[in-house]
Design a protein around this ligand. Structure first.
Ligand code: G6Q
Length: 539
């Protein structure tokens, strides 16, 4: 198969981007009075307005041709069939099976995995009902009042984001904390005001070998045992979520309290697996099922809608357009909802760990850019911080604005203010403010260039009626599938993460060198000097 840049659709897009370079969004809107509605699309409770992307009908037609030329339909089918689309790890990536609905079947190596998924969900529901009702007691007979999730990366960011996003639906008499960093401060600050007798630790680790998580889990064990005195207290205060039953048992967690999942669930795609146990403890089993329903609604849309009307497909293709043909190197996710304050961090991992790659499935180096840099903050806070660069900086950033029509916490007219800001920002980025307008304001001559906004800056607006477990699920599924679409176009494995290995190996070598000043150092001169400097505390 020819490389991506050899495809006719790719070449046509390069030429098309050139031809479109001088066209401003103002002209595109002026030429079509219905553009704002025509370039809009609704699915699974979400409305995407993509009219403020620098695209025409031709752009979309060529992007859809590119998708066909890259075999997007076949790749989606392969994912759903449970094929080993994670080519470097030779595994399926079947997170869609985690939200399968009645009657659906997902096969991995010829075995339907849905019954096991269902059984795990039942066990999670039973356990969380017991904890939430107070039936589950700690070692001294007291009910649980605080849940501390210990995990990192994919075993932290999803539940941490979801617990925050769905706080409105959560039990307010249960406290939820998340410990991920190997920095002892994280654990110490998370637990300093907790009562061990009423604290439950949920240790989340797919492998149960992750250095940071094991260090924190051991710290938690020590913290608990110092208060309880007896080893068997552990079984009332620790549960584990892991694929590794052997290591969980070695740690001392009762195997009855292990919730499993399979290796076809990648860490950053695992928030709706048993890794979501803390989320279920917070919002209850019914709401968790509601969230899975939202994921499933977006899955079903992604699987069946024609590409031209397919929300994740268009979202992904627009990202490819921005990245490869408009040379936009960065994307900001800007949720206008305080509950979504952890969404940018969650998406950073989902997007950049998935598509921050440079080697194709076939082992060749790519000749084009892959994942943009993703970042963001909730609005309106970001407006008083980095939006200056979005509007007038020399770099282009593609923005995703996210908002909800209904306020969960209505307070005077604050929700209208919030939404007005969201809509205004997208408008300002696209249309800017011309020199003539600035002059007409009577602006002092010297300030005119400073007050001009050139506009023509790309954004998507994603709107839903209300932040619910279902709309959150659908939103995450939208991004998961968008990332997949981009990975298919770029011909990379979106489901591995070899890039995190080297640092881990070197840290494992340096840790003992820091601890023992007598060990000889054989790194480069900078690394040696840094190690020596940090050893000083020991000498
Ligand atoms: C996610 C990555 C990574 C992983 C963490 C934690 O896709 O694989 O972020 O989730 O390294 O791994 P464990 O769950 O095995 O502790």
């Amino acid at each position: 198969m020819p490389g991506r840049t050899e495809l006719a659709a790719w070449k046509a897009l390069v030429a098309h981007a050139d031809a479109l370079a001088g066209t401003h969004l103002r002209e595109l809107f002026a030429a079509d009075s219905r553009r704002g509605e025509r370039l809009g699309l609704e699915a699974a409770g979400w409305y995407l307005d993509y009219s403020k992307n620098r695209v025409t009908a031709d752009t979309l037609r060529l992007l859809l041709q590119l998708a066909d030329a890259c075999g997007l339909r076949e790749h989606i089918d392969a994912m759903w069939r449970g094929e080993a689309i994670n080519s470097t790890e030779k595994r399926a990536a079947l997170h869609v099976a985690l939200r399968a609905q009645t009657g659906e079947e997902f096969l991995v190596d010829g075995i339907d995995v849905v019954p096991e998924v269902r059984a795990t969900l039942e066990r999670m529901a039973d356990f969380s009902n017991r904890v939430r009702s107070g039936e589950w007691k700690g070692h001294t007979g007291m009910p649980i009042r605080a849940v501390v999730n210990i995990g990192i990366g994919g075993s932290d960011l999803g539940p941490a984001m979801a617990c925050e996003a769905l706080r409105h639906y959560s039990r307010r008499d249960l406290e939820f904390r998340f410990v991920s960093n190997v920095d002892g401060t994280d654990f110490s600050e998370a637990t300093r005001d907790l009562d061990p007798a009423q604290t439950l630790f949920v240790v989340c680790s797919k492998t149960f070998t992750t250095q940071e998580t094991l260090a924190n889990a051991h710290a938690a064990r020590t913290w608990l045992l110092q208060a309880m005195g007896v080893e068997h207290a552990v079984s009332r205060h620790f549960v584990a979520v892991s694929t590794n039953a052997v290591e969980v048992a070695k740690f001392g967690v009762d195997t009855a309290n292990r919730f499993g999942f399979r290796d076809w669930v990648g860490g950053r795609y695992s928030m709706d697996s048993a890794i979501g146990l803390s989320t279920m403890l917070a919002i209850g089993a019914e709401n968790f099922r509601g969230m899975l329903g939202g994921f499933h609604a977006m899955d079903a849309h992604f699987r069946s809608a024609p590409f031209a009307r397919n929300l994740p497909v268009l979202h992904g293709l627009l990202s490819v357009w921005n990245t490869n043909f408009l040379a936009i190197e960065s994307a900001a996710v800007l949720p206008y909802d305080q509950y979504l304050k952890r969404l940018p961090a969650y998406l950073q991992q989902l997007v950049m760990e998935s598509n921050g790659k440079q080697i194709t499935h076939g082992g060749r180096r790519v000749e084009y850019a892959t994942s943009p840099v993703w970042w963001g903050e909730p609005g309106t806070n970001g407006q008083h911080s980095f939006y200056q660069l979005l509007h007038q900086g020399t770099r282009r950033v593609a923005c995703d604005f996210i908002g909800f029509r209904d306020a969960l916490n209505p307070l005077g007219n604050q929700h209208e203010l919030l939404l007005a800001n969201l809509i205004a920002q997208a408008e300002a980025l696209a249309f800017g403010k011309s020199r003539q307008q600035v002059e007409a304001d009577g602006t002092e001559q010297a300030l005119i260039p400073h007050r001009v906004f050139e506009g023509n800056r790309t954004s998507n607006v994603l709107l839903a009626e209300r932040l619910t477990p279902a709309t959150l699920g659908a939103l995450v599924a939208l991004y998961e599938h968008s990332v997949f679409v981009q990975g298919v176009i770029w011909d990379i494995d979106s489901f591995d993460q070899w890039g995190v290995e080297l640092g881990k190996q070197l840290a494992a070598r340096i840790a003992p060198e820091l601890a023992d000043p007598k060990l000889p150092l054989a790194h480069d001169s900078s690394t040696n000097a840094l190690i020596r400097r940090m050893r000083l505390r020991n000498t």
